[in-house]
Write a protein that binds this ligand. Structure first.
Ligand SMILES: Cc1cc2nc3c(=O)[nH]c(=O)nc-3n(C[C@H](O)[C@H](O)[C@H](O)COP(=O)(O)OP(=O)(O)OC[C@H]3O[C@@H](n4cnc5c(N)ncnc54)[C@H](O)[C@@H]3O)c2cc1C
Length: 399
């Protein structure tokens, strides 16, 4: 190992914890600051792709997560009322050894958090960060403390933070209500598929198998209902039964889940955001990873996987050279192309499935969907969803 670096990370989420663990294992001194008082994940179940799984493999966490997550072989969406297939992605159409893994966010978080603690990362709780000085480098906490004497500051604060200036990026018009529920035994859902139903693009609902939190815990699914952000308050003000009727009309099989929604608070709202920072690195020692660099709607299900790839790339760059400026340049070279590609594609795909346009869903149903079933559509779509377009694994020497 070269020089032992002092590193401060803002945000103990997926990217921050992965990076902290990799750097601490490489012998650096790592402190990670998060605003939460108790370590906990934020958000719904999520889908890991081969990209994120490859990084978890390097961290030694893949086996544990694979064992408790659910393998997803297909993304399958029908439009209503015609039940015409408009999304049909099968991983095996690209490669037989590839799959998505539906997991509860808590499973991924707990594994990463434990790995960080075991690697002697200093996790500082109840420590909101309010700024950084890229040239010092230093991190400024809300308490007034200035964390200095460090070589590298990393922003890993996610998509929604006071550290993302309000004028950068846009809040997307839609978000989703979601909930984690027990998997219904002998129920109507396919345990190997993420299933969705659409009406045009302004109504969408889905069920994703999301595995177990612990070996003894029950199997779960993540349920989601797309909703315009400006209609969330109206949804809350109306009786829940009014919404349940709409949800069941869109996908009758979800009726078996509805009894579990007793109040509005049984569903959590997440609004989506899109932004790509023009400055993934700055000054002598400052970098952004994950959503702090590039946030997007989860339409292509890449965000957590991208955060893990960023963490791996930055750790690799710092292993190759202990000159922080050189390492930062190399980090951006490794990741910029893949990030740009997926930011553009997610931006293009999102309104096709969540939006108010009448034309885009028409195009989707009558042109794009039939065309996507003709070669090379099926393997291309599978590679796209796997996060493989742009060959990020090859670039990062990951299997
Ligand atoms: C509903 C929904 C579904 C999704 N589904 C998927 C999916 O299927 N697959 C997928 O890959 N991705 C999915 N994503 C996206 C994914 O969750 C994010 O891309 C991923 O969590 C980003 O990781 P991160 O490390 O950048 O940030 P996060 O995991 O968001 O972590 C950020 C951390 O920073 C902390 N923080 C924030 N501000 C401060 C501050 N000022 N000071 C200190 N700490 C701070 C937060 O408390 C948090 O712990 C989904 C997102 C949503 C909302």
């Amino acid at each position: 190992m070269g020089k032992r670096l002092e590193i401060a990370i803002a945000g103990a989420g997926i990217g921050g914890l992965a990076l902290a663990t990799l750097l601490a294992r490489a012998g650096h001194r790592v402190r990670i600051f998060d605003q939460f008082e108790t370590p906990k994940p934020i958000g719904s179940g999520l889908m890991l792709q081969q990209t994120g799984l490859a990084v978890l493999d390097q961290l030694g966490l893949r086996q544990e997560i694979d064992a408790l997550g659910t393998r997803i072989e297909r993304l399958w969406g029908l439009t209503t009322p015609s039940l015409r297939p408009v999304l049909d992605v099968r991983y095996a159409k690209w490669r037989s050894d590839i799959y998505g893994l539906g997991v509860q966010r808590g499973l991924l978080f707990d594994a990463l958090y434990q790995a960080a603690k075991t690697a002697d990362v200093d996790v500082v709780l109840d420590a909101p960060v309010i700024g950084a000085e890229p040239d010092a480098p230093a991190l400024v906490l809300k308490s007034g403390e200035r964390v200095s004497g460090i070589d590298l500051v990393v922003y890993a604060h996610g998509a929604r933070s006071n550290l993302t200036p309000g004028n950068r990026g846009v809040d997307l018009p839609y978000g989703a209500l979601w909930a984690t529920l027990p998997w219904p035994e002998n129920g109507p859902f396919d345990a190997t598929a993420l299933e969705q139903r659409y009406y045009k693009a302004n109504r969408m609902t889905g069920v994703m198998p999301s595995g177990r939190l612990t070996p003894d815990a029950p199997e779960t699914l993540t349920y989601f209902w797309s909703i315009r952000a400006d209609r969330e308050a109206i949804w809350r003000s109306r009786p829940l039964d009014h919404w349940k009727a709409k949800a069941v009309a869109l996908w009758p099989e979800t009726e078996c889940l509805m009894d579990q929604f007793q109040s509005h608070s049984d569903l959590t709202f997440a609004r989506y955001r899109h932004h790509t920072s023009t400055q993934p690195t700055a000054g002598r020692g400052f970098a952004r990873i994950g959503d702090a660099w590039h946030a997007a709607s989860p339409q292509l299900g890449q965000g957590a996987n991208m955060a893990l790839l960023d963490a791996w790339a930055l750790a690799q760059a710092l292993t190759a050279t202990s000159d922080v400026s050189d390492a930062l340049k190399s980090y951006v070279r490794m990741r910029r192309g893949h990030v740009r590609l997926y930011q553009i594609m997610t931006w293009m795909f999102t309104p096709v499935y969540q939006g108010d346009s009448r034309f885009l869903p028409w195009l989707r149903d009558w042109l794009a969907a039939p065309l996507s079933r003709i070669w090379p559509g099926p393997p291309l779509l599978a590679a796209l969803v796997s996060g493989a377009i742009g060959s990020p694994l090859k670039r990062l020497a990951l299997k």
